[in-house]
Design a protein around this ligand. Structure first.
Ligand SMILES: Cc1cc2nc3c(=O)[nH]c(=O)nc-3n(C[C@H](O)[C@H](O)[C@H](O)COP(=O)(O)OP(=O)(O)OC[C@H]3O[C@@H](n4cnc5c(N)ncnc54)[C@H](O)[C@@H]3O)c2cc1C
Length: 351
């Protein structure tokens, strides 16, 4: 929303001090390694902190160097990424500045946070150009690594209608493999036949490949057999599979859900319940079912609320309305309701 000029960056930011729970001992350093046998964490300032129980939640790592030229392109005027807060102003500047030509939007292969975000900005941009009367002069290209618009058919069908409405050229099963920000060219590869094509663009919104943080990937909490390297936890109990006094949640965990804040909202009560049970020596009854949601902004006043779980079937929170269709009321949920939920409910541990 910030990258599309529908909200300000300042609205999305609060100081860490203002959200720090009372009674927490806030250590202002980064964790660099965990020794589960010694039950200790080494910090970036050289200190070592011991623990009885550990909850690991450092998020996912953005790898801008994972695509040839992407890191350098991010320094050029025409290429931006909403995955970096400071870059969102450039996205909005570019959307407003380009009145004809080619706009490129890309999504990388592999797990990323908010898999809908690479598409949302394409729809918000296309709707802006439609409002300005410029969409007819634009070639809007969306590159997706997936075979469909979304992993859940009901939502994929609606998104097919959205891209048709804007005339967006979608390249499925495809990836950005090279970008030249100065020359404004990008190479995309179709992974079905490995063919490549070069696209000249006027603006590009890129999303970097993502991975478990390097210090987690190379450490003892990851599954040594799994190159993805996320903290290995049981997908329901959120407990580390080899170290019962460790739990993980969020983007850094190995649970096979869609990596979203919405998932975290359903995971943390389970972690709390099971951590308390582990401390008390009672059975771990809390179970996370894979809930995730992706509020897909399909226009500058419409939103498709895709909610689903491990079954990959729609799991609507509002069963009395049809959330498999883009809706105007859902836009207000996204614009006003979800930030309130985030700051006042989630961040305060109220559910
Ligand atoms: C553009 C965009 C749009 C999105 N839209 C949505 C959406 O509409 N709905 C939705 O539900 N989700 C959305 N998401 C995804 C959502 O932001 C993430 O899934 C969510 O923030 C994950 O929470 P987390 O706590 O696991 O990780 P994070 O929010 O990344 O938090 C990790 C924290 O750990 C800290 N940290 C990292 N490394 C260390 C270390 N070594 N030591 C100590 N601390 C460390 C970080 O500073 C950070 O505070 C979006 C994401 C992006 C980028």
């Amino acid at each position: 929303m910030v990258g599309a000029g529908c909200a300000t960056a300042a609205e999305t930011v609060r100081s860490q001090a203002s959200v720090m729970p009372k009674g927490a001992d806030w250590i202002k350093a980064a964790a660099e390694s965990v020794d589960p046998d010694q039950q200790s964490v080494t910090l970036s300032d050289g200190r070592t902190v011991g623990y009885d129980y550990l909850v690991v939640c450092p998020g996912i790592q953005l790898n801008f160097t994972g695509v040839s030229g992407m890191a350098e392109a991010m320094e050029t005027p025409s290429v931006s990424s909403n995955y970096v807060l400071e870059s969102t102003a450039k996205t909005w500047r570019n959307i407003q500045g380009v009145k004809k030509g080619t706009a490129l939007f890309t999504m990388p292969a592999g797990p990323i946070k908010c898999a809908g975000a690479p598409q949302k900005i394409a729809y918000l941009s296309a709707d802006y150009w439609r409002q300005q009367g410029n969409l007819k002069d634009m070639r809007v290209v969306l590159v997706l690594p997936t075979p469909g618009m979304f992993g859940v058919k009901a939502f994929a069908d609606e998104l097919e209608r959205v891209v048709a409405r804007y005339g967006i050229e979608v390249h499925k099963n495809s990836e950005l493999i090279e970008i030249d920000g100065e020359g404004r060219t990008a190479v995309i590869r179709d992974n079905t036949d490995q063919s490549t094509q070069t696209i000249d663009f006027d603006m590009a919104h890129v999303v970097p490949p993502q991975s478990a943080p390097d210090w987690i990937k190379g450490g003892p909490l990851a599954d040594p057999e799994n190159p993805a390297g996320y903290v290995e936890v049981d997908k329901n109990s959120m407990q580390q599979t080899r170290f019962p006094n460790i739990f993980a949640l969020g983007d850094a965990g190995s649970t096979p859900n869609s990596k979203t804040g919405a998932a975290v909202r359903k995971q943390y009560p389970v972690v709390v319940q099971n951590l308390q049970a582990q401390m008390a020596g009672t059975p771990l009854d809390g179970s996370y079912g894979g809930y995730a949601s992706c509020p897909l902004t399909t226009a500058r006043n419409k939103m498709l609320l895709a909610e689903f779980d491990y079954t990959m079937e729609p799991k609507p929170s509002f069963p009395f309305i049809d959330t498999t269709k883009e809706r105007r009321d859902m836009w207000y949920l996204k614009r006003r309701g979800l930030p309130t939920l985030y700051w006042n409910v989630m961040m305060k541990g109220r559910g």
